[in-house]
Design a protein around this ligand. Structure first.
Ligand code: NDP
Ligand code: 8X3
Length: 254
């Protein structure tokens, strides 16, 4: 079997671009997300374009039983060939001041961005440990490096991703497993549409006045870290567009 990439959140944005990038390079793909129709069209598209071997698994990363069941149902020979796990599924919900933010939004962000990453990692890890190699790439954010106004729990969830990534790297050292944190700044995807709950004008305005990263810019960076020689591990990588210096500072066109 080909080298295999397991990608969460492959129905959109960065995860979908990763599926395309790795498929184009000859990887077999295990693509996951909640939207079954999108997984099906992704599989059809990649098979037609790159003759990729691709299987899809539809589950909500917040639900540990669903994660374990879906991963349990993936054929063992596929799991034994996983070379890279990209923990990408995630979201922000709302951008409200601490005292007004919706508690349910907070719980969904923590359950998805933190617990989801833990559940998927623990379900896949036995197969990497068995191979005595592998690479886990966790998608954090500049929001996990600095907090910003009204970023509160989204930032906290991404600080947790950063901390867990560092801990994983230490604990998995003895198993020869690489662990990388990728922390993008603004990337034009469905992220803002989700964050602003379908409000197109708020979502669009998030990308006005500067050229943000594209999902493929980030996927190419992820691919680079995943395909370095066996003895090299990029630990931590922050990537922004040129008009962004941190979570808060932009040089927007006048
Ligand atoms: P998108 O909204 O375009 O994609 C998010 C992906 O995550 C979708 O495929 C979605 O699939 C999946 N997802 C969300 N919730 C769940 C869930 N509960 N279970 C399973 N899958 C889920 O956004 P991006 O591509 O931008 O986001 C990808 C990652 O990058 C996220 O972790 C985000 O925090 C991070 N990031 C994004 C930045 C940006 O500016 N866009 C910057 C920095 C980091 P589905 O809905 O089908 O389940
Ligand atoms: C997404 C980038 O700056 O909107 O993680 O938090 S930001």
């Amino acid at each position: 079997m080909n080298k295999t990439a397991f990608i969460t959140g492959a129905t959109s944005g960065i995860g979908k671009a990763c599926a395309e990038k790795f498929a184009a390079a000859g990887y077999s793909i295990i693509a996951t997300g909640r939207r079954a129709d999108r997984l099906l069209s992704l599989a059809n598209e990649l098979q037609a374009k790159y003759q990729t071997e691709i299987i899809t698994a539809c589950f909500d990363v917040q639900n540990k039983v669903a994660v374990d069941t879906a991963i349990g149902n993936i054929p063992t020979e596929w799991k034994e060939n996983i070379e890279v796990l990209i923990n990408n599924a995630g979201l922000a919900l709302g951008r409200d001041s601490f005292e007004n933010a919706d508690m349910q939004d907070w719980e969904t962000m923590m359950n998805t961005n933190v617990n989801g990453m833990l559940y998927v990692s623990r379900a896949i890890l036995p197969y990497l440990i068995e191979q005595k190699k592998g690479h886990i790439i966790n998608i954090g954010s500049v929001a996990g490096k600095e907090v910003y106004e009204n970023g509160n729990v989204y930032c906290a969830s991404k600080f947790a991703v950063d901390a867990i990534t560092k801990s994983m790297r230490i604990d998995l050292l003895k198993h020869n497993i690489k662990v990388t944190g990728i922390h993008p700044g603004a990337v034009e995807t469905e992220f803002s549409l989700v964050r602003f709950k379908g409000d197109e004008s708020k979502a669009t305005s998030a990308y006005v006045g500067y050229k943000p990263l594209s999902s493929m810019d980030v996927a190419e960076t992820i691919f680079y870290t995943a395909t370095l020689p066996a003895h090299i591990c990029i630990n931590d990588l922050v990537i922004t567009c040129t008009q962004q210096a941190s979570a808060y500072y932009f040089n927007k066109n006048q």
